[in-house]
Design a protein around this ligand. Structure first.
Ligand SMILES: [Zn+2]
Length: 94
């Protein structure tokens, strides 16, 4: 089983990552941050509704994930996960 995690980067943003462990989930998310941000605290919490499921906007929303919205009220959707499940998924599209 591939576990799904919500990884929080400080208070700035949260991203969804599949990983076997909390540490791997954080390491995966951290690669998207430049090295000058080493001081930022990462936290990861489980998102069991999305275990073994590709992160898509609708599925994540239905599972209770809250997306940030831009000025037009359009939700930001992105998939930073590069696991086997998500790989190849069309990224950054709603
Ligand atoms: Zn994934």
């Amino acid at each position: 089983m591939t576990k799904a995690w919500m990884v929080y980067c400080g208070d700035e943003w949260v991203t969804l990552i599949h990983a076997d462990t909390r540490g791997k989930a954080i390491a995966n998310a951290r690669q998207w941050i430049d090295n000058s941000a080493d001081f930022i605290e990462f936290r990861a919490t489980r998102f069991p509704e999305m275990d073994d499921r590709k992160f898509t906007y609708q599925d994540c929303k239905d599972a209770g994930f809250e997306y940030d919205r831009d000025d037009d009220g359009k939700p930001y959707f992105w998939n930073d996960c590069s696991c086997d499940i998500c790989e190849g998924e069309y990224k950054n599209d709603v």
